[in-house]
Design a protein around this ligand. Structure first.
Ligand SMILES: *Cc1c(COP(=O)(O)O)cnc(C)c1O
Length: 416
């Protein structure tokens, strides 16, 4: 194994083509932020844009902003920008609502599209719970004879494609382990069995290259506040392949999805195109922040470069933790193999919660997922190679000094 020094990591930063992108974000000095998979960092352009949106667009232009400042087509505009990052040609993605709500719309649409006798939504018990809850809520509503949730391990999905499966719903990159599915192969197998495929891209958009159109995906949803840097509670997005877009409507038939909202007809008629998947008025300020992030941080970014750096950061992190913290009880909980890994690395440790709190106190911010996972997200636009060295250095000191074992670090907060 190479005996690295901190200087080697500084050299990697000097040679990094993405290094200048860090200036697109506002990050406090000294902070090593490895939680961009939970809440992306603040785009440097955001405060001024927000100031303008509030004082000028809201304060002075008021209602006319819907037209003159083009608030009205924000969901489609932002949707297309996200689409460009996940391999979706324009007109198939819209921004709005939360990932959970978008899941509900698409789960219902998919069930409606499925042929008679196909009523199962197949997923994996390790999926993000809200994804599974939304199916349970839909099942409550339509009844078990119309909707069944079936869970099989994520590695066994393609062996479970029986002829009662309507839809397979998977998160492309697992939020705990960072394990990544082969989107192309899984989609092909699912569709060959006669079922539809829905991908949750919450841990993929802005993290790994995604090619929804190229994979012939049917549906997708994803999150705006993680790797996309849209800000806390940023609107989410959804994708419906053009070939399905007008075949069904979704059940949350709000006026923003109506073909002509300002006619105020009492009968619902879905809009043409992906706009029919909208519901009510968008949260304009939040959506403007998401748009600002996409424009100022993501415009022109080559996802292949992001991927290459992300994998290298992950490999180096794994190597350093395993070497420098050997004997301290960490077990790698993410795939070592690059092709199977998203943009995060998790380690299991029985005292993971307290160790993470001590690490946060040392200005290395990751997070903890029950029961025992320390999660570290890599965001190549602003994570430096030297951050990896320094993070492991601080972790090593915490383990050697057992400084994590203080009562204050065992206190569980509401958000972990
Ligand atoms: C973060 C995340 C969500 C979040 O859903 P919201 O409704 O936006 O809170 C959903 N699914 C997955 C897989 C996630 O990682």
């Amino acid at each position: 194994m190479t005996a690295y020094t901190r200087a080697d990591f500084l050299k990697m930063d000097q040679a990094d083509p993405l290094a200048p992108c860090r200036e697109r974000f506002l990050l406090r000095n000294g902070l090593i932020y490895l939680d961009g998979n939970s809440l992306g960092a603040l785009p440097a352009a955001a405060p001024e844009r927000m100031q303008h949106a509030v004082t000028r667009e809201w304060g002075m232009d008021l209602i006319s902003s819907w037209n003159v400042n083009r608030w009205i087509d924000l969901p489609q505009r932002v949707g297309d920008r996200i689409g460009a990052l996940v391999g979706a040609a324009p007109g198939q993605a819209v921004a709005g609502d939360s990932t959970s709500v978008n899941l509900f719309k698409l789960l219902a649409a998919a069930l409606k599209m499925a042929p008679e006798g196909r009523r199962v939504i197949l997923s994996d018990p390790g999926n993000f719970p809200t994804d599974l809850y939304m199916v349970q809520g839909l099942r409550e509503l339509v009844g078990e004879n119309r909707c069944e949730l079936r869970l099989v391990d994520e590695t066994e999905i393609t062996g479970a494609l029986t002829d009662d499966v309507a839809l397979v719903m998977l998160t492309h990159v697992n939020f705990r382990s960072g394990r990544m599915h082969d989107m192309q192969a899984v989609t092909r197998a699912v569709q060959a069995s006669g079922a539809l495929m829905l991908w949750d891209l919450s841990h993929s958009a802005g993290a790994v290259p995604v090619d929804l159109d190229g994979c012939n995906a049917d549906f997708a949803v994803g999150c705006g506040y993680k790797y996309l840097n849209g800000g806390p509670g940023a609107p989410a997005f959804l994708y419906v392949a053009a070939r399905h877009r007008e075949r069904v409507s979704q059940p949350l038939a709000g006026w923003m999805g109506h073909e002509s909202p300002f006619v105020f007809d009492i009968n619902y008629a879905p809009a043409a195109g992906v706009s029919r998947y909208l519901c009510g008025t968008p949260p304009v300020l939040g959506m403007l922040m998401l748009e600002t992030a996409l424009e100022s941080c993501w415009d022109g970014v080559d996802m292949a470069q992001v991927r290459e750096k992300s994998l290298r950061l992950g490999d180096l992190f794994i190597e350093l933790v395993e070497k420098r913290c050997a004997g301290h009880g960490f077990t790698l909980a993410s795939p070592r193999k690059q092709a199977l890994r998203g943009s995060q690395v998790s380690f299991a440790h029985p005292d993971g919660y307290a160790i993470m709190q001590a690490l946060i106190k040392a200005d290395v911010v990751g997070d903890f997922r029950a029961p025992d996972l320390l999660r570290f997200g890599f965001t190549p636009l602003y994570t430096r190679y030297v951050d990896i060295w320094d993070a492991v250095d601080r972790l090593t000191a915490i383990m050697q000094q057992r400084s994590w074992d203080k009562p204050e670090f065992h206190q569980r907060a509401a958000v972990t």
